[in-house]
Design a protein around this ligand. Structure first.
Ligand code: SF4
Ligand code: SF4
Length: 426
């Protein structure tokens, strides 16, 4: 990385030594896991570039935008509406939560039995290695699971300007009213921060920009039902991960280009793996960069991942926001309607998530489902039981995996995945 970036990281207050160690591990992981794949679509070169510049060029773009008066909003959850952030001409960035880094620091303030995703956010924040966290003008937390809800009480001392919004836990009328009032408060907060009142045109433009991103990833998803699959699950996951912090227009164009390329590949019957390779749907906790362990184990075990029922995947992107309406209130209602559909496991009951898993299983012609939960993630771990029994009752092979961000269980996971893939072949 150039000297210019080192100065930028110093100005952001990063711990350069720890940050160098993180970048080295990230670069090596990417090389071993991503660049070793064969038959990748050419369009993935854009994502290789994005990853090589993830703490460089993109961060510089954010800082340049701030110099022009734009605001950067960091967040951890798909309940934070990007449409509203774009409506103040802000930039939305997903924050680093996918690596086991700074856990010793995190465990000084959190119980050890906190999920890796939360510990990762604290680890990155406390060891000062996340340029996105440091560059954010405001970080948005959300009262989703108990772990996040309670940890934000501590996290407010780790980062500057933490704003916490409440999120309902039931799909009831009062739950929807709560979401509406929280989104209205969030809108006001963004207006205050930016000094700009959101107009109907601003909001419609924000909605259309995010919908375009969603439509582009929908195209990729739909093309994954071909056999042989034209893109690996690893690469599809990367696209879904980069979704959270790339420039929206550039991301949409790049993904649409890949979708065009995949259409050609399908015509030529060109895939990343052979026809009839066992097809797996992954369902469960979100996988943030650089949490690639399980997909990598699956796809290096002669199986193809054909879909992700995850917030870094279809749970996060499947619904569009209606852009019809003549007032800001109309469009706010559309945003509330759209986000209230998200079937995160923090909701009770949450039957629609299982229905969506079944729908995806059929749509992507999967042979089996791997349910992935992070250790100590109660919502997804508890929900994995009913999900498993519903799927098994329908004769769908399913395997439940609980893991974390370490490599300690990689050997054991490989053995289990291998046995599952053999079962699917049978
Ligand atoms: S799993 Fe739930 S808490 Fe996590 S990002 Fe998704 S919606 Fe938010
Ligand atoms: S992985 Fe589970 S416990 Fe961790 S933040 Fe997400 S919902 Fe909460």
């Amino acid at each position: 990385m150039s000297e210019e970036y080192r100065q930028m990281w110093t100005d952001l207050g990063l711990d350069l030594e720890a940050h160098d160690a993180l970048l080295e591990a990230l670069g090596k992981g990417y090389q071993d896991i991503y660049l070793s794949q064969e038959n990748r679509p050419q369009g993935m070169q854009y994502f290789d570039f994005v990853m090589s510049e993830v703490h460089g060029l993109r961060v510089k773009e954010l800082i340049d935008a701030q110099k022009q008066g734009r605001k950067v909003i960091g967040s951890f959850c798909v309940f934070v509406p990007e449409e509203l952030i774009l409506a103040i001409d802000g930039i939305s960035v997903g924050l680093c939560t996918g690596a086991e880094f700074g856990f010793a620091e995190a465990e000084k303030v959190l119980p050890r039995n906190t999920c890796a995703l939360i510990k990762s956010a604290f680890g990155f924040g406390m060891t000062k290695v996340c340029p996105y966290m440091e560059a954010s003008d405001m970080i948005v937390g959300e009262n989703t699971c108990d772990g996040k809800k309670k940890s934000y009480e501590v996290f407010k001392d780790v980062v500057k300007d933490l704003y916490v919004m409440d999120i309902p836990q039931m799909k009831s009328d009062s739950g929807k009213e709560l979401l509406r009032s929280e989104y209205l408060k969030f809108k006001e907060k963004l207006e205050q921060l930016s000094g700009r009142r959101i107009t109907v045109d601003d909001l419609r433009k924000g909605i259309e920009t995010v919908n375009a991103k969603r439509r582009a990833v929908h195209r990729i998803s739909e093309l994954r039902n071909a056999d042989p699959v034209p893109i690996s699950g690893m690469d599809a996951l990367l696209i879904n991960q980069v979704y959270f912090y790339d420039d929206p227009q550039r991301f949409t164009e790049s993904v649409n280009k890949i979708a065009d390329e995949l259409e050609e590949r399908i015509k030529e019957k060109k895939g990343v793996s052979a026809e009839k390779t066992p097809r797996i749907l992954i369902s469960g906790c979100p996988m943030a960069v650089p949490n690639w362990k399980l997909p990598w184990i699956i796809e290096t075990n002669n199986a193809a991942i054909v879909g992700e029922e995850s917030c870094v995947g279809e749970r996060g992107t499947r619904f569009l926001t209606d852009s019809e309406g003549s007032t800001v209130d109309d469009l706010m209602d559309n945003i509330v309607d759209r986000y209230f559909n998200i079937d995160c496991a923090i909701f009770t009951p949450n039957q629609s998530r299982t229905e969506h898993i079944l729908e995806m299983y059929d749509k992507y012609r999967a042979d089996g489902v791997i349910h992935y939960s992070l250790q100590f993630c109660q919502p997804y771990q508890i929900e994995s039981g009913p999900v498993e029994s519903t799927l098994e009752d329908k004769g769908i092979p399913v395997m439940r995996i609980e893991t974390d961000y370490s490599q300690e269980d990689a050997g054991q996971l490989r053995t289990r995945v291998e046995a599952f893939v053999e079962r699917l072949k049978g």
